[in-house]
Ligand binder design. Structure first.
Ligand code: ADA
Length: 558
């Protein structure tokens, strides 16, 4: 199954997992109920009988294999227990991040693979709560099973940087030895025609070893938005001169920096013209097929946008691959939206948040499109306790990757009280003038700027990370009432042109690209149980505002 948009291995072999799995809903006692066949990846809501099912379910499949196996789940929504031959082998919480399990020395033959999935807002769940988007159920992103040797490469992390006009990269390889003996290995990495050498290394038994090197790339062509040049990075692991494992990824040479109020890509100022995007698409829910992802990319590019914010969680990596290829900048965000202090004091909040950040960065660090790591959208950034949570998460991000700026989207209600602006590289606010209130856009912007300049944000780039207005597709009228396409068109025109005309700002990320389903608890103010502020509806039909924004974006240079 393609978990990425390019070949990831030549040496390591995949064990095929056909897409149709057996599926049973489970009752409170976890007894099997109705039986279905389910496509993986997919949301169970795609089945009309389960379109609103909140509960537990069991996916099962017989697979023929043996030896050492790495089983990778790119996303299970949202709590998963994995069993092999009835024995639990893995547990994972959070719909939006990858996890894997290593199965060692399995006897050759037929095995039963089962995944118990739960999408209820159970008491262990701190981040999946009733919210202004929908927590779907199912194995919603690809699954892959790989035959591995005793030694294998888990990750290769590539961080490009420029010094004295020359391109370098620091490269870290995370290499595992599953055996009970020390093994002397050779690692070879090739990028384009350049070979990066590592000293041979003795891998202690049953551990992961990190191998690091920095290297100058003489022939590097930089990655820019106009020419998003990607390089194939091929790592090979050798033992006794035999290739035992490999890993292929794609990388780009670019640096993201902030300088004063500017965001710089390879030293050049960029104005962000972006959209917020939920992973949600009519009947597919959050399990968006590649064809539909590609359609989104085409609509976003044609809009003239240069950025997507993955509100409010890490995305399917195939979408990031498409952004890499198309020179679309990505603000990737760990999972959390609108949590209050009580929710942030949940016993699992810290662990689940840090796990999500680690899994997001470990797996996505090589994507040149990612220019910001974001956290905790509109959570409590205006209390001492809230501040301690933001600080801890930002520290953790910087430990994992200090090469990218960090930010979080604060809310307009926190203008005057936000305590976390000193913790970020880019200050960001979500504002809704012309929708939730009627302060003129320019006055809203002035209030934010006055506050930011007083509170440590004076010399930092300032982004409007959300702005928008609702419209129900096809609801047309000349009276400019809210929910009409005409009103949304008028509001967005005012909002977006005022922001892009303001030289103190680094840009705008529109709320939102497409309508999305919301939790039924949010029906109030959400006609059709959807957040209707999309430029296109949930089927990607364009509203009037799409073309208006397109004109504004295309007439603004960056
Ligand atoms: C917030 C939030 C979004 C969405 C939006 C809205 O800013 O970050 O997730 O809920 O408001 O539509 O009101």
């Amino acid at each position: 199954m393609n978990t990425r948009l390019f070949q990831n291995h030549i040496v390591r072999k995949e064990i095929p997992l056909e897409p149709i799995w057996d599926f049973h809903t489970l009752n409170a006692e976890e007894e099997k109920q109705e039986k279905f066949q389910m496509i993986v990846p997919g949301c169970w809501e795609s089945n009309p009988k389960l379109s609103s099912y909140k509960g537990k379910a069991l996916y099962s499949k017989k697979v023929f294999f043996g030896g050492n196996v790495r089983l990778v789940f790119k996303g299970v929504s949202h709590t998963a227990h994995v069993y092999l031959d009835k024995k639990e082998v893995s547990y994972h919480y959070n719909a939006y991040t990858e996890f894997s399990v290593i199965l060692e020395d399995i006897p050759y033959g037929e095995h039963l693979l089962e995944v118990k999935v739960d999408n209820t807002f159970h008491e262990e769940s701190a981040l999946h709560v009733r919210n202004d988007y929908y927590s779907y159920g199912g194995i919603t992103r690809p699954v892959v099973m790989e035959a591995i040797d005793d030694m294998f490469i888990r990750h290769i992390h590539f961080i490009p940087y420029k010094e004295n006009g020359k391109w370098y990269a620091s490269i870290s390889a995370f290499v595992n030895n599953l055996s009970s003996e020390e093994k002397m290995v050779t690692l070879k990495i090739k990028i384009n025609d350049e070979e990066v050498s590592f000293n041979d290394k003795a891998l202690p038994p049953h551990t992961e070893t990190r191998m690091e090197n920095s290297y100058e790339f003489r022939s590097a062509i930089p990655y820019t938005l106009e020419n998003p040049k990607l390089y194939r990075m091929e790592a090979k692991l050798l033992y006794n001169e035999k290739e035992v494992d490999d890993l292929i990824d794609r990388v780009g040479f670019r640096e993201i920096k902030v300088s004063g109020k500017d965001i710089l890509i390879n030293g050049e100022k960029v104005i962000i013209k972006g959209v917020n995007r939920h992973e949600d698409y009519a009947e597919f829910g959050c399990a968006i097929p590649i064809e539909a992802m590609y359609h989104d990319i085409e609509l976003i590019k044609s809009l003239g946008a240069n950025c997507v914010r993955t509100s409010h969680y890490p995305n399917d990596e195939r979408f990031l691959d498409l952004c890499d290829e198309n020179g679309i900048l990505v603000w990737e965000e760990s999972h959390a939206r609108g949590l209050n202090e009580e929710q942030m004091r949940h016993k699992n909040f810290e662990k689940q948040s840090l796990d999500c950040i680690r899994e997001m960065i470990e797996n996505h660090i090589n994507h040149p499109c990612i220019y910001v790591w974001g956290i905790l959208n509109e959570c409590v950034s205006n209390t001492e306790f809230g501040r301690s949570c933001y600080a801890k998460q930002f520290n953790y991000i910087k430990r994992l990757d200090s090469s990218r700026p960090v930010s979080f989207a604060s809310l307009e209600g926190n203008v005057g009280s936000d305590l976390c602006l000193d913790l970020v590289d880019i200050v960001s606010f979500n504002i809704y003038p012309g929708w939730y209130h009627h302060t003129p856009v320019k006055d809203s912007l002035k209030n934010i700027k006055d506050f930011v300049n007083r509170t440590g944000g004076a010399d930092k780039p300032l982004l409007i990370s959300e702005i928008g207005a609702g419209a129900i597709y096809g609801h047309r009228s000349n009276n400019q009432d809210k929910w009409t396409e005409e009103y949304q068109q008028y509001a967005l025109s005012e909002q977006v042109s005022s922001i892009l005309a303001d030289e103190d700002l680094s840009g705008v990320i529109i709320w939102q690209y497409a309508d999305c389903r919301v939790d039924p608890g949010w029906f109030h103010g959400r006609p059709k149980t959807q957040n209707n502020k999309g430029l296109v509806d949930i089927y990607r039909r364009q509203k009037l505002a799409y073309n208006t924004v397109k004109e504004i974006f295309h007439s603004t240079l960056y």
